[in-house]
Design a protein around this ligand. Structure first.
Ligand code: SF4
Length: 303
């Protein structure tokens, strides 16, 4: 019996029989030139979600969806243009993970595939489905479930404050805020939630998160050409993030047909990074995987 089969048997025994690894069911798997694989999952009620496996040197990472569609309506995101169909149950969230892991094992029959890391960055706002995400994290981390380490999971949010107020209920997983601009008026153009639940409320809640040693808050910054890539943007970003033990992840925008936002050139990305580094901000540039199969940040639409 493989580690995965033992894990699934454990989950059945400890969490009940409504859990099934094949719920949701893989309808389609698309492979990118860079090794990224995007899955389309069918749910029991005909809703669909997508998950993505990204290969990295040491371990794979899977990007999981927490909702079918999303209510947040971010202006740069294809999922956001769909609206929210419904939130997923904890077993639909954990089921995506186990199905992805099984796919990897079957694709690599000659070697052991270690349990992949997880980022909650697929469709949906994880904190808008707080209870199911909390239960899924519990099952994924528990010895009675998948037995992952807390640092194997990263939860990413646009700053949904009713969820942020409950963040201490979650296990000590890694945390990422989709910031995209530290200037509230500009952020509100990208993230409508900023108008009602903005940085003035988010930042004090972030400050209350207890970080472990060597743990950081990740600030995700989608860099959009001629929108948020100027000197004033870098200055505001540095002033905000320097207050935290943090890393800024710059993600050059992946253009989406029908959207007005454009991808910055490589020199612009390098120049923006240099502006942050000059202000002593720990900065990484993350190039999205799977752009050729629409699996990159903001491109998931369950089509
Ligand atoms: S970026 Fe995230 S929170 Fe915003 S609309 Fe897309 S899926 Fe929802």
């Amino acid at each position: 019996m493989s580690t995965l089969d033992k894990t699934i048997a454990k989950i059945h025994a400890n969490y009940g029989h409504d859990f099934a690894c094949d719920n949701p069911e893989i309808l389609r798997a698309q492979k990118s030139a860079d090794g990224t694989v995007k899955f389309l999952f069918g749910l029991h009620d005909q809703n669909r979600v997508e998950s993505v496996i990204m290969p990295y040197a040491r371990r794979h990472t899977v990007c999981l969806s927490t909702q079918a569609g999303c209510a947040m309506g971010c202006a740069f995101c294809k999922t956001g243009s769909m609206g929210l169909a419904r939130s997923l149950s904890w077993h639909e969230i954990a089921g995506q993970y186990l199905s992805c892991w099984r796919y990897l094992m079957e694709a690599n029959p000659d070697r052991t595939v270690a349990s992949p890391n997880i980022v909650f960055m697929g469709q949906g706002e994880p904190l808008h489905n707080f209870d199911a995400v909390k239960t899924a994290c519990g099952v994924l981390l528990s010895e009675k479930g998948v037995c992952l380490g807390p640092r194997q999971i990263t939860l990413s949010t646009v700053g949904y404050t009713p969820g942020l107020e409950r963040i201490s209920e979650l296990p000590p997983v890694n945390f990422a805020l989709s910031l995209h601009s530290a200037i509230p008026e500009k952020r509100a153009v990208l993230i409508p939630l900023e108008k009602t639940s903005g940085l003035d409320r988010i930042i004090p809640l972030l400050a209350g998160i207890r970080l472990k040693r060597n743990q950081f808050i990740n600030f995700e910054y989608l860099l959009i050409g001629d929108f948020n890539d100027g000197e004033d943007d870098a200055a505001a970003l540095a002033a905000l993030t320097r207050r935290f033990s943090s890393i800024v992840n710059i993600i050059p925008f992946n253009e989406i047909a029908g959207m007005r936002w454009k991808r910055p050139g490589e020199e612009r990305v390098a120049a923006f990074k240099a502006m942050l580094v000059a202000r002593k901000v720990r900065t990484m540039v993350r190039n999205s995987r799977g752009r050729d199969i629409s699996a990159a940040c903001g491109q998931l639409a369950g089509e």
